[in-house]
Design a protein around this ligand. Structure first.
Ligand SMILES: Cc1cc2nc3c(=O)[nH]c(=O)nc-3n(C[C@H](O)[C@H](O)[C@H](O)COP(=O)(O)O)c2cc1C
Length: 196
């Protein structure tokens, strides 16, 4: 009989290489082009993310470096992100569906949670095909909504710049990369060698 899952947990688990490599580049290689196939694959990884009740409360505005959508996105970047994001091969605007159409009813209490999860899937998928990603909020949210006629039931939540980092992970000056310890983020846990 076919097993439900063939994944086995290794005795000594290792962090996945894409998770280890992931960082938010502050500089992208300006000449690195991204193919339509690569963008399709990244979007598909987002589509495949889980969501509350399978509500899939996400949508994306996709601008590839040099195209008209990219130019319309770049116009609304804040000074800080305008220094590095336009060089990326693509900028994707991440939208969360927050309201039911023509009402003030919340669409899903997990809309932003689910969007973040879809973006995380996209980020790791991109890394697995050699594309780095930097998520950011430094842009004019209202101006982007107006630019792309985003209706009020959708929120322009964040953007992701995709491209090839112009430096290696861990060598980024001025970016906070320290992490809270495992102990600090673990609220409660009983380890296998402790009394249950
Ligand atoms: C929702 C969100 C918003 C962010 N906004 C910005 C931003 O406006 N500008 C920026 O340079 N980085 C931004 N970042 C990137 C974080 O600063 C970065 O993830 C954090 O410092 C950890 O560094 P690392 O991603 O390289 O591990 C944002 C990340 C997330 C998830």
């Amino acid at each position: 009989m076919d097993a439900v899952s063939t994944c086995e947990i290794p005795v000594v688990p290792a962090i996945h290489p894409a998770v280890l490599r992931r960082h938010s580049p502050m500089a992208f290689e300006p000449g690195a082009e991204i193919s339509d196939d690569a963008l399709d694959t990244i979007l598909d990884a987002g589509r495949l993310a889980p969501s509350a009740g399978n509500s899939q409360p996400w949508a994306f505005v996709v601008g590839r470096h040099g195209d008209a959508v990219h130019a319309r996105i770049v116009r609304h970047l804040a000074g800080s992100s305008a220094r590095w994001a336009p060089d990326a091969s693509a900028i994707v605007v991440n939208l969360a569906r927050v309201l039911v159409e023509d009402t003030d009813w919340e669409y899903s209490e997990f809309s932003r949670y689910d969007l973040g999860q879809a973006v995380a899937h996209m980020t790791l998928q991109a890394l697995s095909i050699g594309i780095d990603a930097h998520q950011f909020r430094a842009f004019d949210r209202e101006a982007v909504a107006a630019e792309f006629a985003v209706p009020r039931e959708w929120e322009v939540t964040s953007m992701t710049a995709f491209g090839v980092a112009a430096h290696a992970a861990g060598t980024v000056a001025g970016v906070a990369r320290e992490r809270r310890s495992r102990g600090d983020v673990t609220w409660t846990r009983v380890r296998a060698d402790e009394p249950r």
